[in-house]
Design a protein around this ligand. Structure first.
Ligand SMILES: NC(=O)c1ccc[n+]([C@@H]2O[C@H](COP(=O)([O-])OP(=O)(O)OC[C@H]3O[C@@H](n4cnc5c(N)ncnc54)[C@H](O)[C@@H]3O)[C@@H](O)[C@H]2O)c1
Length: 384
């Protein structure tokens, strides 16, 4: 095989976005040959392609080698499993599943088909600003990490956004709110750079700013095995909102804010300095430097090219699908801990959260009236 025949399942906001750069031949050795949506709008755009209304049919059609799954989250698991079982490679949109137990099912299904490529769409991993942070952590510039704070409240969404489709911001349709949807990318980045915490205490407000039943305002305490502590704060109702990512290590502090990355480097390890200093109010000398970077031009397309290269040449995946369970677990545990009113140790019990989620679904009283909105500004929602 020297070219991938690709299908997209789910042609909503993001599915259409993927289709556009694929139809414009931005991905080498890959041709978009089929699309699928239960309710396809503007089919004339896809006249040259095979059109399906059922994802499993597309997968079983023999027309595609690989799919991008861009449906609402719950279908990521079922369609992902169907792809693996039918020998079709899958690039699954974030989150890889709605909850941890489903993610485990998806990963277990993939394990049986080791030649099939399973990737997750975590495009922030292609962004030079995060790659620079990763290099600095791995290179030891920060020393040992002691604190990770991410105030991530610039995911502002209007009431019209939440009314725009029936699945959004419902326990049944999505399985969570701002954690599982908007800041899932940040949660993936957090664990990719700093590893998974060992315990989490979440405080989530459900429908604080919107007429929704899931969380739209979150404050979380995190603790890692080495004693590092942190907070993760998010909101989809706060304007102007903040996006400040701060990592403090024994050798210095990184701050990413307003698309600027600053590093304050300590002249000495702060703990060694404290233990050897003869005076009480001195501090290690520190020097601030700006770490320059350019933003990725089309991060989603980089992910798709990587997926294609992984299938054709075994290129290592930027985001192996299996790693997608971590961000799902973080989103789940923050909500679960809040509902329990307790700190939860990780790895969390995925079955216990699934049971709680099913209870929330059964008790849901929300009745959604869908009002379609213009989505011209969709692309502006990406860069966080
Ligand atoms: N990586 C990113 O930057 C990014 C951005 C936006 C959305 N997403 C993710 O993509 C997914 C879709 O989000 P969206 O905003 O495009 O949603 P959307 O509601 O705009 O689109 C979903 C589409 O899937 C279709 N659909 C539903 N069930 C289906 C099925 N079983 N088979 C085929 N089609 C089906 C719907 O008709 C709809 O057109 C979500 O999981 C979301 O988290 C990722």
């Amino acid at each position: 095989m020297d070219k991938i025949r690709l299908g997209i399942i789910g042609l909503g906001n993001i599915g259409k976005y993927h289709a556009e750069y694929l139809l414009n031949r931005k991905i080498n050795r890959c041709e978009l040959v089929a699309v699928c949506d239960k309710f396809l709008t503007s089919p004339e755009k896809y006249q040259s392609l095979k059109i399906f209304t059922d994802g499993e049919r597309l997968i079983k059609s023999g027309d595609v080698d690989a799919v991008i799954i861009a449906t609402p989250h719950f279908q990521h698991t079922t369609l992902g499993i169907a792809a693996f079982e039918n020998g079709v490679h899958a690039l699954v949109e974030k989150p890889i599943s709605s909850h941890k137990a489903d993610a485990e099912k998806l990963i277990a299904a993939h394990k049986k088909f080791s030649k099939i490529i399973f990737a997750g769409m975590f495009q922030l991993r292609t962004e030079p600003r995060y790659l620079k942070i990763q290099k600095m952590i791995e290179g030891g510039d920060l020393g040992e990490i002691v604190r990770v704070n991410w105030i991530n409240t610039d995911w502002y969404r209007t009431e019209a956004y939440y009314s725009s489709s029936d699945w959004r911001a419902t326990w049944k349709g999505e399985g969570g709110g701002v954690l599982l949807n908007q800041c899932l990318h940040n949660l993936d980045t957090l664990q990719w750079l700093c590893g998974m915490p060992k315990r989490v205490r979440g405080f989530c407000q459900l429908g604080r700013f919107h007429k929704i039943e899931v969380e739209d305002n979150v404050t979380t305490y995190l603790e890692w095995a080495n004693g590092a502590t942190g907070i993760f704060i998010s909101s989809s109702g706060e304007a102007p909102g903040t996006n400040r990512f701060e990592i403090a290590g024994t050798l210095g502090r990184l701050v990413l804010e307003n698309n600027k990355l600053m590093f304050t480097r300590n002249a000495a390890d702060m703990i060694e300095f404290s233990q050897t200093a003869k005076q009480g109010f001195v501090k290690p000398d520190a020097k601030e430097e700006e770490i320059l970077f350019e933003n990725a031009v089309q991060p989603h397309a980089i992910m798709v090219q990587n997926f294609v290269n992984a299938i054709l040449n075994g290129e290592p995946l930027i985001a192996p699908g299996e790693e997608g369970i971590n961000s799902v677990e973080l989103a789940n545990v923050m909500g679960y801990s809040s509902l329990l009113g307790q700190t939860v140790e990780l790895p969390m019990d995925g079955a216990a959260w699934e049971k709680k989620l099913n209870q929330l679904i059964a008790e849901s009283k929300i009745e959604k009236k869908v009002v379609k909105v213009a989505t011209d500004d969709f692309v502006s929602s990406f860069r966080k």
